[in-house]
Design a protein around this ligand. Sequence first.
Ligand code: MG
Length: 217
Amino acid sequence: MAKVTLLPDKNYTVGKIVGVGQNYAEHRAEMGAGQDHPPVLFLKPPSAILAEGQPITLPDFSQNVHHEIELALLISRKGKNIAPEDWRNFVAGAAIALDLTLRDLQRQAKDRGEPWSVSKGFDGSCPISKFVPLSEISDLNNLQLELQVNQVLRQKGCTADMIFPVAQLLPYISKYFTLEQGDIILTGTPAGVDKLVSGDRLLARISELGTMEFQVA
Ligand code: MG
């Protein structure tokens, strides 16, 4: 069973991982997506979790693995139809995550009207840091995100630019999926997504959460 750690030492067994796609306007623009629909929801299985210290493995069934840095939320308890003012009662903490995406398979799925399960949910598609308790974060809606690959800045953004901020995401997601302890929400990526190649060194940073490093095998 995949586990994640809430600092300093509490472990959670990971349930489902709910991905939020197209939650930043500039990323929608770079993907050629429209601006007038709600964010897209998709799921990754717990086997997508990749703890810091393990290498990212590029699958042999894709030629175009993209990085997407995202703020991740850890769900603390069961919630359905969560009210916007209640979101804090359901979030244990926040972490830095990568929503690795097989862009070629995703493009094919979009063209054929097929689901994104493989392009988003393959093994190791969710590298993630340890979670910082919510009580130690001043404002989830004003965190700076930054991803460097081989010391070159690729992605930069701020959670203030989310189309659906956290208080809106929990009601939106829990309308469709009951959230349970150990579930993780990936809140979407800012612009600058790009391809990873063998040997790349990634340094991800979110203000107040610290840094996370991964190497591509
Ligand atoms: Mg994403």
